[in-house]
Design a protein around this ligand. Sequence first.
Ligand code: ADE
Length: 230
Amino acid sequence: MKRFDVLTIFPDLFSPVLNESILKRAQEKKKVKITIHDLRDYTQDKHRKVDDRPFGGGPGMVMTPQPIFDAVKKIKGRKKVHAILTCPTGKPLTQSLAQQLSHHKHILIVCGHYEGVDERVRENMIDESISIGDYVLTGGELPALVLIDCLTRLIPGVLGKEESLDTESFTHDLLEYPQYTRPADFRGMKVPNVLLSGHHLSIEKWRQEQSVEKTKKYRPDLLNKSPQKS
Ligand code: ADE
């Protein structure tokens, strides 16, 4: 079974997302175990303080090393755990990075906050920092959920065949072809004839062409990538 541990100052943010739909089912089917840890449980002062002002001055607060060091050490124990910090300066999350990360059996996600985390945490306790995109959020909790969602659906047996992995967007550096369902004529808007033809080869060819067209139109940047991107 795959394991995720999450270290956060907002543990209550997680259960509404983790206890619905495919993520809920994956946990029930024992494909994944997700444990949320409250960082404040590892503080040593009576105010349960997790941040302080930056040395050298400047705005904002920095997460202090002590609670994170102690929590990460305790959660890891003697186990082999891949430790990830969510922060906007990390490696951008892509489908191919997700595929690489999916080989780790046990991942610990430390949710960053404020102006950042004391650099000694990153240097000593973290294997890699990950960003979910070039924009800044209020904290690393939503990115942690994005990462868990993205990696959980790659676990064999989590998706049914209705939610198949192999034709989806980004897998081959192309967006997925357009999909239609019933009715074939909705208020005068018709489904392309080829999809009603029952001719599998023509349908396959049409879908490939549409994939390329859609990618050219909406994500031309994907077409300029080499097949072996990181
Ligand atoms: N924390 C704040 N913004 C973030 C982002 N874009 N990715 C990951 N962690 C973040």
